[in-house]
Write a protein that binds this ligand. Structure first.
Ligand SMILES: *Cc1c(COP(=O)(O)O)cnc(C)c1O
Length: 374
């Protein structure tokens, strides 16, 4: 029996060796000493493999699939990981089912997939359409909870239905992190995520990964990483591994505060559409409670209009107006400023950090008052 916190602090560490550090430092190498035959060399060239990646990849595999034998391939960013799965696995004529309300760059990949001859069906997360779109599908892409709308879909039910069609099932696990949800245990073939967000949590690096028990998929994405060169820097990989030790502390604190924040916002008349998967009464809560182990740090809600939302964001002291989410410092933004999501002008995505809950709630309520005064 190993709990999540215990697993997180030990994940991917090498066996104890006297007089060596518990987590070896980053290995900076473009090439390695390479005598003779090259076929069995674990490390030959820096685009193919790096011991710092290997340690991080083991760690992520332990967190995503503690009771299985999944393998992880680390990437330079979440988009590098997502593109590796979608572009390496799709053949001309394949039917690919994407969420229409997922990460905004999925829309751009949609066009790219069609250029490659795929037929793309886009469906909302959590709706009946997700099942209906599976006929003849080769690949089903899920993002749950979705960013930024926080809708949730039933991974197990959709994976079972997709497998009956012979489709590969991938889940973007960025928002939940592996401590919040384990897609492979819920029947998905692939868990993909941006490590830029809550996984590493300090807002100081970009990273992505693909975790799968399917050896062919692992080989294909590793080959893709080499071909396009979307490799993580050793420093980023090391910082990410170091940050995993506090993952449980961060996500527990963030989820508890997010719930308190969502509850407080729901009481306010000028705030509508408060969403957080952990909030009882949220349309996604029952399903989220069945398949998630922690509900994440994001709360989304809608303010009366764009000007109100801008005044609110400007009045906050403890919350930076910034994109991204999952960091130790709270951030929020008006998503409409990007133009990519189908959200109202007053829609705000708030990422709850690890500040004291009372301080954060007080700051948010005070900023609502200030915004209301005009
Ligand atoms: C941020 C994000 C990505 C992209 O990750 P990068 O590391 O920024 O490339 C993909 N999916 C989701 C759900 C995200 O939030």
């Amino acid at each position: 029996m190993t709990g999540d916190g215990t697993r997180a602090v030990r994940a991917g560490l090498p066996p104890e060796e006297p007089y060596t550090p518990p987590l070896p430092g980053p290995v900076f190498a473009a090439h390695y000493h390479l005598p003779g035959e090259v076929t069995d060399a674990p490390y030959a060239y820096g685009r193919d493999a790096n011991p710092t990646w290997t340690a991080l990849e083991r760690a992520v595999s332990e967190l995503e699939d503690p009771h299985g034998d999944a393998r992880t391939v680390a990437f330079a960013s979440g988009m590098a990981a997502i593109s590796a799965v979608l572009l390496s696995r799709t053949r001309p004529g394949d039917v690919v089912v994407l969420p229409g309300d997922g990460y905004n760059l999925l829309n751009r990949l949609h066009g790219r997939l069609e250029t490659q001859g795929a037929r793309v069906r886009t469906v909302p997360t959590g709706g009946r359409e997700q099942t209906d779109a599976l006929k003849g599908a080769a690949l089903l892409w899920l993002e749950t909870p979705s960013n930024p709308g926080l809708d949730v879909c039933d991974i197990r039910a959709l994976a079972d239905a997709a497998h009956r069609e012979g489709a590969l099932v991938a889940v973007d696990n960025t928002l939940a992190t592996p401590l919040g949800q384990r897609p492979l245990e819920l029947g998905a073939d692939v868990s993909v995520a941006s490590g830029t967000k809550a996984l590493t949590g300090h807002g100081d690096l970009l990273l992505g990964y693909v975790t799968t028990r399917d050896a062919a998929v692992a080989d294909a994405v590793r080959d893709w990483r080499k071909l396009v060169g979307a490799v993580p820097g050793p420093m980023e990989a090391w910082l990410a591994h170091r940050s995993l030790a506090t993952l449980q502390l961060r996500v527990d604190r963030q989820a508890a505060t997010a719930l308190a924040v969502a509850g407080a916002l729901r009481e306010r008349p000028e705030v509508s559409g408060v969403r957080h998967p952990g909030l009882p009464g949220d349309p996604a809560h029952d399903l989220a409670a069945r398949q998630m182990r922690r509900f994440g740090c994001v709360v989304s809600f809608t303010l009366p209009d764009r000007a109100f939302a801008e005044r609110f964001l400007a009045a906050l002291d403890l919350v930076h107006d910034a994109t991204s989410f999952g960091g130790v410092r709270s951030t929020a933004e008006r998503r409409g400023r990007w133009g990519g999501d189908a959200v109202p002008e007053g829609f705000v995505r708030l990422s709850v950090g690890v500040e004291d809950t009372d301080d954060l709630v007080a700051d948010l309520l005070r900023a609502l008052d200030a915004a209301g005064r005009g």
